[in-house]
Design a binder for this molecule. Structure first.
Ligand code: APR
Length: 311
């Protein structure tokens, strides 16, 4: 069987780590695409990682390019092309510049990799995945946004830090837009099957929920000249792997809702089954009235940003 092909559109901070992780996971051959001014840099990253493959003990062909034609035949396309946040900026502040970039990316992917499973990472996430979907016309099961995977990982990391337990045993779900209005669901979180609400007092849970909502901003404040890149790379690779290996993982992701959760026509974070069919299914959770109200707030926020795309 031929190796899978993974196209990484954007070879900056996140794209470079994605290339390294995809290599170590031996997911397939990797093409890193960037703008012509950055072609030399992505060629350098591809060669540098190639020279790490003897350590990784894996086989992978890595290339760097500025020619979208080189993504032809890609099974998965992961898009980080765009500008990241600086301290003081919200994800929405990136809308106009990243909208122009996603327009170009959508054209390239539509032309050269029309059958790929496409994972968007560029912010503001929910609006960028909507834009890409509209411009490519790809089926909804093959277009998804990476947000919930990361937001859930952040929540799990904070729970593990608080309880001093393995992150492996923490199960959690975060709904809604990728921003401060997201809706973590601690009511449903478990640690080795034990409800989180049995293990931590409400004020500690509230603090973890609050920190999760602001986790991206916390990293931006610490890094000072960009946004998180290790964790978004890891989260997006988990989604790519679920698709390539038909794992049917349940991963909260920004998927197109058409009636689910009473939301229509928006990409927003919901629990998705990801396998060889892409987004194979959206799982619906019965929510409490408070959770429903919080989901409405975040859906309204996403709708307002989507409206600004003019699409
Ligand atoms: N095609 C391909 N790559 C592009 C294009 C394009 N049309 N336009 C810009 N890029 C590239 C940039 O040249 C840069 O190398 O996208 C890369 C983005 O990398 P960084 O600036 O390092 O940003 P990064 O931290 O990787 O974040 C990328 O993901 O999480 C989001 O908010 C974040 O929107 C940002 C994106």
């Amino acid at each position: 069987m031929a190796r899978s092909k993974i196209a990484l559109i954007g070879g900056g901070q996140i794209g470079g780590i994605q290339a390294l992780l995809a290599t170590y996971k031996e997911l397939g051959d990797i093409v890193i695409v960037d703008i012509p001014e950055m072609e030399s840099r992505v060629k350098g990253k591809a060669l540098d990682i190639t020279e790490a493959t003897p350590h990784a003990k894996v086989d992978a062909k890595l290339t760097g390019t500025s020619d979208y034609a080189d993504i032809a035949g890609a099974d998965v396309v992961i898009i980080t092309a765009g500008v990241p946040r600086k301290p003081g900026m919200s994800r929405e502040d990136l809308l106009s510049v990243n909208l122009g970039i996603i327009r170009k990316v959508a054209e390239g992917v539509k032309t050269y990799a029309p059958d790929a499973f496409c994972i968007l990472v560029t912010n503001p996430l929910d609006a960028m995945v909507y834009t890409f979907y509209k411009l490519t016309g790809f089926p909804k099961n093959r277009v998804v946004g990476m947000a919930g995977a990361l937001d859930t990982a952040r929540f799990a990391a904070f729970v593990a830090m608080e309880l001093n337990v393995s992150t492996k045993d923490i199960a959690a779900t975060v709904l809604g837009g990728h921003g401060p209005t997201m809706v973590p669901l601690p009511r449903l979180a478990t640690v080795g099957g034990v409800p989180l609400t049995d293990l931590l007092p409400q004020e500690k849970i509230d603090a973890i929920v609050d920190r999760t909502r602001k986790a991206g901003t916390e990293i931006v404040g610490l890094l000072k000249n960009g946004s998180a890149y290790f964790s978004p790379a890891a989260a997006s690779l988990e989604m790519a792997e679920a698709y390539l290996k038909d794992k049917k993982r349940v991963i909260p992701s920004a998927a197109l809702c058409e009636g689910e959760y009473g939301i229509n026509g928006l990409f927003i974070g919901v629990p998705c089954v990801i396998g060889a069919g892409g987004v194979e299914k959206i799982l619906e959770i019965s929510l409490t009235d408070d959770e429903k109200a919080a989901l409405q707030v975040t859906a309204d926020k996403v709708a307002a940003t989507v409206k600004e795309t003019g699409l």
